[in-house]
Design a protein around this ligand. Structure first.
Ligand code: SDX
Length: 390
């Protein structure tokens, strides 16, 4: 028993680490951040408040939240030399490698935020990452469409600024759409942490060498880019469009998945931990219709997604393998309706996951017991053999 939860002994041996941040029960479809159910946070909280909760362990008082928000606003500006960085990439570069490179480069600009055991430096790294990563993400997007990069506007909070830096133009004022702000805030809450997923484990493993926070998060961004992980939301939209373009009924596509034709998978379905409906997917699905209606999203693709889900959830192939929609199944449709191109979807996942990465890195630095450290292996190679004498 670890305080709040009792595990069976078999599970304890499989656990790579312990953590007090996020709890998942894959069979019951439970997800809690610092004990708070995701459903309650999705309904009542904000991305900034959830970020504070994950990083500092408790919900902030209004004064604490305001101070956190103000500290982030004051650190959104990028060093002008870092802005030059974007010019070094090909125009059609995918924004994820741009993001991981620029985040890693932050460690060269902020030498006063590198020591993982100096509380003040860890705090500066936390605020700088929370403030600057969304700006870097927006600049990567602007670079890819050949538009000028705006300066952040400190009268806006993290989410509002990110939207303005992504879609605003110097030639005209940018009008925030409250529907988009609320929808993005919700999606970022849902992505904020997810215990030891691939990218978070990567952040911990790199950090376990006492690598600085920027370098560790940069590694996490690269892991998230994998199509089986964060890249899935982009892959879902490609899949839905492929079905739409084929004009075939979804049942035909499902048959190809079941026959494993050229390894095709039902992207946005299945999960390493959830063997039940991903609670985040439930929340997104419930709001998808409402948001798409307001944003004028592509309803046909949503209909295809809903039909795919309907067919898969009644098909023995998926039921027997406990394959349910995961968080990525519906999110891409909403990002698209907000105006983001598909190659920005995983970047949005990274912005959401950032407070979780930071919280888990900080937890590990404070409690070496939770370092994943150096995994061992079973050797399956050749027995000892001597170099041939010639
Ligand atoms: C995320 O870990 C996290 O918490 C991640 C995440 C987070 O918040 O950080 O939740 C975010 O990464 C969500 C997952 C996004 N990825 C996708 O949607 C890609 C499609 N999903 C699959 O690649 C797969 O479901 C995984 C990798 C997500 C999970 O794989 P599992 O559960 O370990 O299952 P498996 O690979 O061992 O496969 C079991 C069986 C196999 O069939 P059989 O060999 O038994 O015949 O299920 C099949 C697989 O072929 N299968 C699928 C499938 N996923 C598994 N078949 C069709 N479509 C799928 N999506």
């Amino acid at each position: 028993t670890t305080g709040a939860v009792t595990y069976d002994p078999g599970f304890v041996n499989t656990a790579a680490t312990s953590s007090a941040i996020t709890y998942i029960d894959g069979d019951k479809g439970i997800l809690r951040y610092r004990g708070y159910p995701i459903e309650e946070l999705a309904e009542h909280s904000s991305f900034l408040e959830v970020s504070y909760l994950l990083i500092y362990g408790n919900l902030p008082t209004p004064a604490e939240l305001d101070a956190f928000d103000q500290r982030i606003r004051r650190h959104t500006m990028l060093h002008e030399d870092l802005k030059g960085f974007f010019g070094g990439f090909p125009r059609d570069a995918h924004p994820m490698p741009v993001l991981s490179s620029a985040v890693s480069a932050l460690s060269t600009f902020y030498q006063d935020s590198l020591d993982p055991f100096d509380d003040e430096q860890v705090e500066m790294a936390t605020i700088r990452l929370m403030a600057k990563m969304p700006v870097i993400a927006a600049y990567a997007y602007k670079k890819s469409i050949g538009q000028p990069m705006l300066y952040p506007d400190n009268s806006m909070n993290l989410v509002e600024n990110y939207l303005r830096l992504s879609f605003g133009l110097p030639a005209e004022p940018y009008e925030l759409d409250p529907v988009v702000v609320k929808a993005l805030d919700l999606l970022l809450i849902l992505h904020a942490d997810h215990e030891q997923n691939c990218s978070t484990s990567t952040v911990r493993l790199v950090g376990s060498a006492n690598a600085n926070m920027f370098a560790s998060v940069s590694a996490g961004i690269n892991a998230l880019f994998g199509p089986l992980h964060g890249g899935a939301n982009e892959a879902v939209l490609n899949m839905l469009r492929q079905i739409q373009d084929s004009g075939e009924p979804v049942e035909k596509f499902v048959e190809r998945v079941k026959n494993k034709e050229d390894g095709v998978k039902l992207m946005g379905f299945g999960h390493r931990v959830y063997k039940n409906y991903d609670p985040r997917a439930k929340i997104v699905k419930a709001t998808a219709h409402e948001i798409l209606e307001k944003l004028g999203g592509n309803d046909e693709l949503l209909e295809i997604a809903m039909r795919l889900e309907e067919v898969a959830l009644t098909d023995e192939y998926f039921i027997s393998r406990k394959l349910y929609p995961n968080v990525d199944f519906y999110t891409g449709l909403i990002y698209k309706a907000m105006g983001f191109p598909e190659k920005m979807f995983t970047v949005l996942f990274a912005i959401g996951r950032l407070p979780g990465w930071i919280a888990q890195w900080r937890e590990m630095m404070k409690d070496p017991e939770t370092k994943i450290g150096r995994p061992r292996q079973l050797y399956t190679g050749e027995p000892e053999r001597m170099y041939p004498s010639r």
